[in-house]
Ligand binder design. Structure first.
Ligand code: SF4
Ligand code: SF4
Length: 461
């Protein structure tokens, strides 16, 4: 897939784009998707189900509550697997749907869109904004700029506050703010996220998409001629040019395509590119040029869709192939990965057990010829509920019989807590074999699925 590589340097990093406001179907759709996503983002940290937040990433206690399950740093494997699955989903999604993610769901695009609306509210249309920036400083300019930046900062703080309450419960953080007892960590994260949102979405905007974001760069590798992209129908639009009234058209005028070269598609583009130059990695898939061009087509009485969602193959007169080797390969891999991920999650046992032998004495001889081995048992309850665990031990060799004794059995371990205690195994008689293998078994009294087995050894004199 050939994507026009207009160098970002050529885009000029200090070049500010004054995108013109546009109305239309895709503009409305973007607002609707943004409203849904932002509602989820802002509401989720305030919800409690069964006394717990559905998503709470408790860094100090290293516990991650996600939709009714608790994950620990030991569960890093699942996070790695999830990232691999998400990368696979991104591959297949991009191969089929191009940059729909960037245009509708990427937090950078969604929030930047709202920040630009604030700028438009205070400073007016694209033309007025440019005039204001180019003009000299005076009371009006200062007033507008200060008001805009204050609103941007407040919005950045609200977005950052919401982000932080995914890590610190909302009621706790609000309480700390009201009583001026925020920790240094709270202050650091609130301020640094506020500064990041302000810089990324208010000041740098689409430059983030063009320079540091790697997704746009991957595009050329991920999309092919059949991927869904926003494209200009060259065959229909060219040769472009201003059209005169029907009666004034000469032979050249009669040959003109549907593009009247009004440049509205360029004026509304937030990255300032001209989609008529072909697919470019600077295109963030916002579809605003479609709305702008459709409005023009309606005015001049031509069918909509000179710029439209299509594939490069369809735009050059071919037929889009939805099912193709790349899509089949990505789909198969992702189905396998999701299946594996689902199986691993389903079979995950939310508890951990460690058994450590007492190193000071390998064995203890007791009265009546009994032999004792001492162990330290550590049981971690990684489940969302408290549990009573029954501890037992079973020798693997029929010649050996051991009795287990400990302070209390079953043991009660609260959700997210660790039990640590001594366990003594006693064999009534000595056998010839010095090293004997056995299993420690810890299982929940109320949930037989919650069961872990660990190997250990029993040492004879
Ligand atoms: S908005 Fe449509 S008609 Fe106007 S320049 Fe762009 S492609 Fe041509
Ligand atoms: S070219 Fe069109 S879809 Fe791409 S960024 Fe510009 S306005 Fe959005």
């Amino acid at each position: 897939m050939k994507i026009n590589e207009i160098e970002v340097e050529a885009y000029e990093l200090d070049h500010k784009v004054y995108a013109r406001k546009v109305r239309g179907k895709f503009r409305n759709l973007r607002w609707a998707v943004a409203a849904i996503l932002l509602s989820i983002y802002f509401i989720v940290p305030w919800i409690k189900i069964g006394g717990r937040h559905p998503v709470m990433l408790d860094i100090p206690w290293r516990k991650f509550y996600i939709l009714g399950s608790v994950y620990w740093p030991q569960d890093f494997f699942y996070l790695a697997l999830l990232l691999i699955v998400l990368t696979g989903v991104l591959f297949i999604f991009t191969a089929i749907a191009g940059r729909l993610w960037c245009g509708y769901a990427c937090p950078q695009s969604v929030i930047t869109d709202i920040f630009i609306s604030v700028e438009r509210f205070f400073e007016g249309s694209a033309q007025k904004r440019q005039k204001l920036d180019d003009g000299s400083w005076g009371a009006v300019k200062v007033e507008k700029k200060v008001a805009k930046h204050i609103v941007w900062l407040v919005m950045s703080f609200i977005i950052s506050f919401t982000f932080v309450v995914y890590f610190v419960p909302a009621d706790v953080l609000v309480g700390r703010i009201l009583t001026a007892t925020l920790t240094l960590a709270n202050i650091f994260w609130l301020l640094s996220f506020t500064a990041s949102v302000y810089c990324f979405c208010a000041l740098w905007r689409e430059l983030i998409c063009l320079v540091p974001c790697p997704y746009g760069r991957f595009q050329s590798a991920l999309v092919d001629a059949d991927s869904l992209v926003i494209g200009y129908d060259v065959g229909r639009g060219e040769p472009r040019g201003h059209k005169l009234r029907e009666e004034n058209r000469d032979s050249h005028q009669k040959e003109l395509g549907d593009c009247i070269d009004c440049s509205l598609c360029v004026q509304v583009c937030p990255t300032g590119i001209d989609i008529r130059n072909g697919l470019q990695c600077e295109c963030i898939g916002c579809a605003l040029c479609i709305d702008a061009c459709n409005a023009v087509m309606c005015k001049i009485g031509r069918p909509k869709g000179l710029i439209r969602y299509s594939s490069m193959r369809a735009l050059s007169g071919g037929v889009t192939k939805v099912i193709r080797p790349r899509v089949v390969a990505y789909t198969l891999s992702i189905v396998l990965l999701i299946g594996f991920f689902g199986y691993e999650l389903y079979t995950r046992v939310p508890m951990e057990m460690q058994v450590l032998r007492d190193r000071t004495a390998l064995f203890i001889k007791g009265e009546g010829g009994v032999i004792r081995n001492v162990y330290t048992l550590r049981v971690t309850n990684m489940d969302i509920d408290d549990h009573k665990f029954k501890v037992s031990a079973a020798a693997l060799d029929d010649n050996l019989e051991v009795r287990l004794s400990m302070g209390e059995n079953p043991i009660t371990v609260k959700s997210g807590e660790v039990y640590e205690g001594l366990v003594v195994l006693t064999a009534d008689k000595e056998i010839d074999q010095k090293i004997n293998y056995l299993n420690f078994i810890v299982e929940s009294v109320s949930d037989k699925e919650l069961r872990t087995i660990r190997d250990a050894t029993f040492v004879m004199p």
